[in-house]
Design a protein around this ligand. Sequence first.
Ligand SMILES: Cc1cc2nc3c(=O)[nH]c(=O)nc-3n(C[C@H](O)[C@H](O)[C@H](O)COP(=O)(O)OP(=O)(O)OC[C@H]3O[C@@H](n4cnc5c(N)ncnc54)[C@H](O)[C@@H]3O)c2cc1C
Length: 397
Amino acid sequence: MEKKIFNNTKGAFSLKSDQELEDSIFVFKMMSRPWMVSIGTWLTKTAFQLHLPVKGLVKKTIFKQFCGGETREECIPVMQRMMTSKVHTVFDYASEIREKGEAAFDKDLQNQLEIAAFAKDRKEIPFLAIKPTNLGAFSVWAKISSGEKVTAEEQQLWGNIKRRFETMAQRVSELGLRLQVDAEESWTQKAVDDLVEELMKKYNQERAVIYNTVQCYRWDRLQYVKDLHLRAKEQGFKVGLKMVRGAYMEKENARAQKMNYPTPICEDKEATDVNYNAVLHYCIKHLDDFAIYIGTHNEVSAYLAMQLMDQSQIARNDDRVWFSQLFGMSDHITFNLALNGFNAAKYMPFGKVEEVIPYLIRRAEENTSVKGQTGRELALLLEEKSRRKGVFAKRVN
Ligand SMILES: Cc1cc2nc3c(=O)[nH]c(=O)nc-3n(C[C@H](O)[C@H](O)[C@H](O)COP(=O)(O)OP(=O)(O)OC[C@H]3O[C@@H](n4cnc5c(N)ncnc54)[C@H](O)[C@@H]3O)c2cc1C
């Protein structure tokens, strides 16, 4: 197994022009300052609320870095360009409005079905991604997950959610695509796990069409994966699993403290890393029953996955193993994986600028210097810039 394939910045940023490299450096430099992110977040939210004309600025900077476009069509050239480097797209309509009327959720289902039709026959898009709250109210997911008695109205709303997911899963299956269901806050997850398992039972008989997401910052997830595996073997379906560490840690800990229950989150970062890698080990060991989608920007986990595949003699392009990073982040992992023959995809959100603001804020917050991501992203971009300068200087001399 080659070491250090991720150090190749030429491969990582081969699609970026010099100007695009500068644009990314600018965005990551801005985000490296926590005060800038705090002020920027506040200003952006306020400006949108007051309908101030900031959309153009947001679109040219942070939106361009982290989203494929505002519409499906706008994303096409971006996807096609990535595909020239064998990097695929996981398409995600990123609107994050969580409570809206039933008619609006039905409209969103239509939108998702249109996205599926759009993705069909596009070799760039092997997967679609959907958030549970794209097709049903957060409050209903939470209520069903709580196990408390539901009212007749809530029962009806829950029936609507199930119907929408069933329609979506069926269409995705018919079109030969795959669907990942994202994970959100833990107090909505039980209902998601149960519903997605039902869909796996129905649609994952031959191959994994439906993928659930495990957030490995939750200490109970390895056991969940093992239990799910047992049920899948008994009932004869494949487990589709997207594995991530988890994006809502502060919120989870704050809620647990406020409501006085043990936090579902691992005790520290190291414990999360151990848990993530344990889930990875388990799934690769039992790959006959799993199809996995390794969503991480962590180089150690990515190298480990490559190593485990190698040891188990799993072909690099085995369709049961995909690696993925978010669009606009960790290109050094995605592009170098693809360059080395692994299945690699960018998770590409799209949607109207004003609707994807919560997603952009999460990216900005995770990329402040406090969380340590920006340092690495910025260093790699700057390294590539100086590499290009060196090449240019050599050519001139
Ligand atoms: C393709 C893709 C899809 C994704 N989909 C989802 C999704 O559906 N749902 C979702 O929640 N997230 C999702 N994420 C985000 C993901 O959960 C992480 O927030 C992000 O990827 C950072 O984790 P990492 O493995 O990349 O890297 P790292 O930088 O190694 O890990 C950072 C993560 O470690 C954990 N962590 C940090 N500090 C501590 C601590 N003190 N104690 C315990 N744990 C800690 C947190 O989860 C934090 O996000 C996705 C990410 C990718 C790449």
